[in-house]
Design a protein around this ligand. Structure first.
Ligand SMILES: N[C@@H](CCC(=O)N[C@@H](CS)C(=O)NCC(=O)O)C(=O)O
Length: 228
């Protein structure tokens, strides 16, 4: 989502190729080299660029206008982007898969198909178990992630106050942070912590449409901090 937003912002033509989750790690290594298992990757003619931050940096080099790392703020935007990737992005993996463990029947909403039938729920349960193992999710870690979320949303307020995100012209940090927050907005339990704040505005402005809805009440009671 981040890479695509940057391509659109730069007005560049591109072809989007969706890979099958799970199998994609091998496909990615075949194109981008050993160890480069994650999406996104971008082929610029024959030049492989792997990872959301390298992609945005390379697009900026090739097409400086409109800038994603504007003028005097360039370094601060780069740091905000790094924070979004290194410190926020993981929550976009662990919190949705974490919530779906308790509401596997809601997994179909992420594929745009609404309620799952019982066989679908069996499939969802097996899938979610796999993701907990793959991403190292445990109940303890999930509870700690939830406890730490308000501080992260506060940090986005701070970045907005500094003009690094949420301005008229989007930065690389808007695209990096907004994409993750947009995923978090699929969780009813988290919406009260995010709604009405700069984080929500950044996410919905650049990523208005994103499927998925896990109704509030998925996480065990007491795990989701109340809004200060
Ligand atoms: N931080 C990197 C990583 C992105 C990432 O984790 N992509 C996931 C998609 S949900 C992936 O491909 N995971 C497969 C894996 O971890 O091997 C970026 O922003 O480019």
């Amino acid at each position: 989502m981040t890479a695509e937003a940057a391509l659109k912002r730069k007005g560049l033509e591109y072809e989007r190729v969706a890979l099958t989750p799970g199998k994609h790690t091998g496909d990615m290594e075949a194109i981008y080299g050993a160890g480069h298992t994650t999406v996104p990757g971008l082929l610029i003619d024959d030049e492989p660029v792997h990872g959301s931050r390298p992609i945005l940096a390379r697009l900026e080099e090739l097409h400086p206008d409109p800038p994603l790392y504007p003028g005097v703020n360039a370094e601060a935007v780069r740091e905000a982007e790094r924070w979004g990737d290194d410190e926020l992005q993981d929550l976009g993996r662990r919190l949705p898969w974490g919530a779906l463990y308790f509401r596997p029947d809601a997994m179909g909403t992420f594929g745009g198909i609404g309620a799952l039938d019982p066989a679908g729920v069996d499939f969802a349960i097996a899938t979610v178990r796999g993701t907990w193992k793959y991403h190292g999710i445990t109940a303890e870690r999930l509870a700690a992630d939830l406890e730490g979320l308000p501080e992260k949303i506060d940090h986005v307020d701070q970045l907005a106050a500094e003009g690094l995100v949420g301005g008229e012209q989007p930065t690389a940090a808007d695209f990096q942070i907004g994409a993750t927050v947009r995923v978090l907005l699929t969780l009813g339990d988290l919406r009260p912590l995010i709604e009405g704040r700069p984080a929500e505005q950044v996410a919905r402005r650049w990523f208005p449409d994103y499927p998925g809805d896990v109704p509030a009440g998925a996480f065990p009671s007491g795990w989701v901090p109340s809004r200060a």
